[in-house]
Design a protein around this ligand. Sequence first.
Ligand code: MF3
Ligand code: CO
Ligand code: CO
Length: 331
Amino acid sequence: MTTATPRTAPAVLPGPNDACWCGSGSKYKKCHRGTDTVEARKKGPDTARKGVRPGIVSPKRVVPITIGRPEYADSGRPSRSRNESDVKSPDVIARMRRACQAAAQVLVETAQHVRVGITTDELDAIAHEAYLKRGGYPSTLNYHRFPKSLCTSVNEVICHGIPDSRALEDGDIVNLDITIYLDGVHGDCSATYLVGNVEPQHQKLVQVAKECLDIGIAAVKPGRPISDIGRAVEAHAVKNGTSVVRAYCGHGIGETFHTALQVPHYYEPEADTIMQPGMIFTVEPMINQGHWDHRTWNDEWTVVTADGLRSAQFEHTLLVTDTGAEILTLP
Ligand code: MF3
Ligand code: CO
Ligand code: CO
């Protein structure tokens, strides 16, 4: 059901301003035209457009029925009725500690396999087994019908990249976003990894994104508004000549994957919820080399930068304490 049809160039090619045949949502001239024609191929790979393109998505992986599943595992629709508080009971906090530890372990285990030539679908298979081994369900699997067990976001992909047949290339950067459902709660974390020899400018972007997460975490203080986090993150991003994605935010998390609480990574004065001990939410800044604006592919998931420049992200799930933040997804 979730297997996409292989995308190859059709016999009759689209016009320059028509949608590309690959399903990227880009105009043909900005997408595959650079590699489809005999002339383009003669110019060699260096002149071909270097953007990430969709590959083949493998069939849905199976989760044994013995593993506890979230409410949307079969329907694809998370329940909206649940109005979970962002301040958690001691019982939920205890379960979140375990789920977040497991998520951190799955991330480390999967990341060990990042190398030139591995496909993101192979990483999905590795992550999938790592969740099951810990008795967890891959939270992304069938969440609003997302087809895979983690998100793999390469280069200009900001977030929600679907693992597929694309092999990682020398010089790529890839974010692995792992969420596990364990003991009735979700633990969420991600990190961006370098593949082979990455250009210094792209290494810098990844470094700045990591610093943005650390600076955002340092701004978590009980009694202060959520907007403190984005203010600190944005200042650091801008100082380094990068931008902060505005359309996607951190979020409250617990028995619900995404609660109504939003954590902007830019300064948003209306984010005036006061942080309180016992609150749990994620901080997960997406930092762009160029402009913050995004586009979404026709697959309705893959979020890419509008200008095609790269984006990097790191994520932790945090518990607000009496003095600051406890990082629940620290391995
Ligand atoms: N893990 C992502 C987050 O940080 C959410 C992925 S939802 C999916 O919030 F459906 F795209 F997988
Ligand atoms: Co995540
Ligand atoms: Co998240």
